[in-house]
Design a protein around this ligand. Structure first.
Ligand code: C2E
Ligand code: MG
Ligand code: MG
Ligand code: MG
Length: 278
């Protein structure tokens, strides 16, 4: 198509492609040294029970680059997965999060996202075991969030790693549930401890009967498998009421707290409800 439009057009497209490729390469290159340059930090978002009390925090990575500004995880995580930088980045987040959580009230747990790439390349179970020993965090207080895509590739290897992690006492959390393929069979064949319903269903359930039906079904599934079910992305009081009514046991979203500073270390302050804080 471009060719028939003349030479000038081809050059125009090439120039833009070239720019996009170069921008991507620059981002990739900058990503590599980001930890060493202290451009990365971990923020924590509360996961609350039905009374609005935090039971857990999810660790979320943030990158502030002097050249690119704040880069969203949805942009730099896939990039890091492509280049393999996610291996070092993932280990860093795990260590940071476990170190922080070790100082919190013992009733609070920490959830860390783990990329499918970490499952395939790194010896994840050994890494987790070493970090737990190093930080002194009780294994039961660590949850690893994985998405269904992690299970799609190299199924047997992944399953083996999951079993080793479970043997350590670590919890395995199915993240963004409902968005991937063969969701139901995954739940049956993998040893999950918790299900998080993807935010898209919570956002839509108010005026989309289909989305609401899916939430109902996932909660029912969780109940029969005896698994806690978390509603992700709860932003309004109406949504909060709906997910509680549906039977979700936990919730996470801007209504309860945005990703931010780590909770205070144990002893600093009693656990307080964060519900209805906006
Ligand atoms: P996720 O694991 O599903 O994390 C939840 C995302 O939803 C976070 O986005 C969080 O800020 C956002 N969120 C929470 N509550 C609300 C809400 O009420 N409304 C809206 N609109 N959003 C809400 P974030 O931090 O931008 O992260 C996006 C994704 O990037 C994560 O999705 C996760 O897949 C990935 N990610 C973030 N940190 C890490 C990490 O350390 N390692 C890996 N492998 N992936 C990470
Ligand atoms: Mg997550
Ligand atoms: Mg999620
Ligand atoms: Mg997600």
């Amino acid at each position: 198509r471009a060719k028939s439009a003349g030479r000038g057009t081809v050059a125009f497209y090439d120039l833009h492609m070239d720019q996009a490729v170069r921008a991507r390469r620059r981002l990739e290159a900058d990503l590599r040294g980001a930890i060493q340059r202290s451009e990365m930090r971990v923020v924590y978002q509360p996961v609350v029970d039905v009374e609005g009390r935090p039971v857990s925090y999810e660790a979320l990575l943030r990158w502030r680059s002097p050249d690119h500004g704040d880069v969203a995880p949805d942009v730099f995580i896939p990039l890091a997965e492509d280049t393999g930088a996610i291996i070092a980045l993932g280990e860093w987040v795990l260590r940071e999060a476990c170190r922080a959580a070790a100082g919190w009230d013992e009733r609070l747990s920490i959830a860390v996202n783990v990329s499918p790439v970490q499952f395939r390349v790194a010896n994840l179970a050994d890494q987790v075991s070493a970090i737990l020993a190093e930080t002194g965090l009780a294994p039961e207080r660590l949850g690893l969030e994985i998405t269904e895509t992690a299970l799609m590739r190299s199924r047997e290897e992944t399953l083996q790693t999951l079993r080793r992690l479970k043997a350590l006492g670590v919890k395995i959390i199915m993240d963004d549930f409902g968005t991937g393929y063969s969701s139901l069979s995954n739940l049956q064949s993998f040893p999950f401890d918790k299900i998080k319903i993807d935010r898209s269903f919570i956002t839509a359930m108010g005026d989309d009967r289909g989305a609401k039906a899916i939430v109902t079904a996932i909660v029912g599934l969780g109940r029969s498998l005896d698994l806690p079910v978390v509603a992700e992305g709860v932003e309004t009081e109406a949504q909060r009421q709906m997910v509680v009514l549906e039977g979700c046991t936990e919730a996470q979203g801007y209504l309860f707290g945005r990703p931010g500073a780590a909770p205070q270390a144990a002893g600093a302050q009693a656990r307080t409800a964060v519900g209805s804080s906006g």
